[in-house]
Each structure stands twice: as structure tokens, then as C-alpha cells.
Design a binder for this molecule. Structure first.
Ligand code: GRF
Length: 206
């Protein structure tokens, strides 16, 4: 399967995918990254892509008149690489109608909390502030809401008392360790085994 990965930040989830394809080979893993897209320049995620020799594209909201135009441009740039799956890996934007019309049911997102709790851009901080004792990460299909699509898999991380001291930075690092493994595992399974989405239920034959 061909993967286009969308990033906004450090790109460690992207790196985990690149490393796994390298480790197992694209045949055995079932997928390879064919391009990396971003909504901003100058991020480590793009550097990781370039280091791996992957084509990149940047689609900035501010370069487009409206959200809809940005979304259509993102869809176009993504479509140019003919992905079977799009992986939103720390991509801090909500894709729109046009993007979903083209890639709906084929866009996977990773979120650093146990959805449906704590959706949005501050999942780690919000969960910590609420006082939860366990949190984690969720890999899910993207629909037209914010972190509301059908859940594929989740991983659990325990909250420690000292996590409150640094506003969740250390907690987020522990979540990301689990998150990277979960994402790599899920994407490989989807690519190798295929899947169906029935309502909110995701089935991966296996
Ligand atoms: C991940 O925890 C992702 O879920 C969140 O931002 C982080 C991205 O990390 N929204 P990276 O850019 O893959 O290192």
C-alpha cells in the first residue's frame, strides 16, 4: 500500500513508520511511505522525510483565501501521490469536505488520549487537568468531526503523580512511545489484511 503521511511537528510517528518499512521491507510490512505533506515549513517532520529521500509538499492555510481552498489544495497535493492510505501523524489541522470526499475511509489519525475523552489539540493536558489516572492514545479513522471517527485501536498509559509537575510533557513522551508502536502496528495490519468500516465498527480480518 502507498502511504502519504501528514505532519505538523517533530515527526517521530512518521519516523517510526519509515523505520519499520526499512526494517521489514515494504513487501513484508505491506506498505511504504511515498510522500510527506505538512501544513507548515521548517519542522523536523519534513527534515526526517528529506533525510529518508521522500518527496514532500507543504500546504499552508495562510496561502489560501479560504479553508475550503486550502482543503482542496491539500487534497490535490495528496492525490498527486496516489495514496491507498493517508496517515495523519501529528497533523494539527482538521481536513475538510473535499479531502474527505476523496480519501474518506482511508485516512487514519493518531490522538494522544483515550477517545472519546479529551479530543482536540490538547488531549494530554486536558486529561491531566481532569485528573484521570489512566490515559493513552487512539488510532482512528478520520470523519468530519474533530477526533470523532471510528476507533481502530487504543493503548493505555498510567498517569503518575509527578506528571502534574511539567504540564504533561513527560506523560506525553510516555504516550508517544506507545503511540508510535500502535500506529506502526495498525497501519501495517490495515495495509496487509484489508479492513471494513461498518458504522463505528472497524473490522480487520485476521
Ligand atoms: C502525537 O502525540 C500526536 O498524537 C499528537 O502530536 C504528537 C505528534 O508527534 N497530536 P510527532 O510529530 O509524531 O513526533
Amino acid at each position: 500500500a502507498r502511504l502519504v503521511v501528514l505532519v505538523s511537528g517533530s515527526g517521530t510517528n512518521l519516523q517510526a513508520l519509515i523505520d519499520e518499512v526499512e526494517r521489514l521491507g515494504p513487501e513484508t510490512y505491506g506498505a511504504r511511505v511515498v510522500a510527506v505533506g505538512a501544513d507548515r515549513e521548517g519542522i523536523a517532520g519534513l527534515e526526517r522525510a528529506e533525510r529518508a529521500g521522500l518527496p514532500t509538499f507543504v500546504c499552508r492555510v495562510r496561502d489560501h483565501g479560504t479553508r475550503e481552498e486550502w482543503d482542496a489544495a491539500l487534497a490535490e497535493a495528496t492525490a498527486a501521490h496516489a495514496p491507498d492510505l493517508v496517515v495523519s501523524a501529528g497533523f494539527m489541522r482538521v481536513v475538510g469536505k473535499e479531502f474527505l470526499a476523496r480519501f474518506g475511509g482511508r485516512v487514519v489519525n493518531t490522538h494522544p488520549a483515550l477517545l472519546p475523552s479529551f479530543p482536540g489539540a490538547h488531549g494530554v493536558r486536558d486529561a491531566l487537568a481532569y485528573g484521570v489516572k489512566v490515559t493513552g492514545c487512539t488510532v482512528h479513522f478520520v470523519d468530519d468531526g474533530v477526533d470523532t471517527g471510528p476507533i481502530i485501536a487504543q493503548g493505555v498509559v498510567e498517569v503518575r503523580d509527578e506528571d502534574h509537575a511539567d504540564d504533561g510533557a513527560a506523560l506525553h513522551e510516555r504516550i508517544k512511545e506507545i503511540e508510535r508502536r500502535l500506529l506502526v502496528d495498525v497501519v501495517g495490519r490495515l495495509a496487509r489484511d484489508g479492513y471494513s468500516i461498518e458504522g463505528r465498527k472497524v473490522r480487520i480480518p485476521a
